[in-house]
Each structure stands twice: as structure tokens, then as C-alpha cells.
Design a protein around this ligand. Sequence first.
Ligand code: HEC
Length: 119
Amino acid sequence: MRKASIVLLISIVALFFAGCSKDPERMTDAELGLTAQQSGGRRVFHIYCIGCHPAYSSHGNKGPGLKGIFKRPYLPSGMTSTDEHVVDTILHGRNMMPQFGNQLDQRDLQDLLAYLHTL
Ligand code: HEC
């Protein structure tokens, strides 16, 4: 009986850690705990941004990885991590990054920002 509960406990702990190490990119919006707005932003991100920016890694692809983008004081360019600077980059582009001002409406942009804040 005791042995069984120890085995059960070990399985629960193992499952817990397996859950933690799951690649967030493969997790559903619900598993990530995203709000409706943040999920909308994730969709926008998957359409326009993911080709160049990994969301859950700080290693870049064509552009820098955006993990923790708003949790650090500075953006990769050295500008402070404010909504204003990020919106400016998205709308007008930056060096090799194309501009998205003509493709995103105000709502897409707000949703996208809400999602970027979860990274
Ligand atoms: C074609 C590739 C490409 C796409 C698509 C792209 N980016 Fe970028 N992005 C880049 C590159 C390259 C940089 C680095 C620019 C530089 O030299 O500072 C960058 C930089 C950034 C930065 C950092 C800005 C800074 O000040 O350091 C943010 C934030 C960003 N991109 C967000 C996005 C978002 C959000 C999208 C989707 C709407 C997107 N990017 C789509 C290539 C891309």
C-alpha cells in the first residue's frame, strides 16, 4: 500500500516536471493561460512574425528571439522596452525588419502587444 502511494507520488512529480518542460510553442492558448485578446495576438504573431522571431526563445532566427521582450529593460536595439518603441518597430520596420503598418489594424496591434507582454 505504502509502496503504491510512493510510486503514485513519483509519477505525479514526474508528470509535473514533464509539463513544465513542454515547449510553450506546442502548448494551447488555454495551457498558456492566455486571455481572448492575448490569443488573438498569438494568431497575429503566427501570421506575421514567427517566421523571423521565435516567441519562446532568446535565440534569434532572422530577427532576435522575443522571449521576455518586455521583462528586460532594453530591446535588442538598445532602446528601452516600452510599448511605444515596439509599436514603432512593428509599424515602421527596423533595418532588415519589414514594416507592418499597412497590414495590421489597430485591433491586431493591440492584441499583438498584449501577447508580446506574456512572453
Ligand atoms: C523578415 C523578418 C522579420 C519579420 C517578419 C518580423 N521581424 Fe521583427 N525584426 C527583424 C529583424 C532583422 C530585427 C532586428 C532589427 C535591428 O536591426 O534592430 C527585428 C527586430 C524586432 C524587434 C526588436 C526591436 C528593437 O528595438 O530591438 C521587435 C520587438 C520585433 N522585431 C517585433 C516583430 C513583430 C511583433 C513582428 C510581427 C508583426 C516582426 N517583428 C516581424 C526581422 C523580422
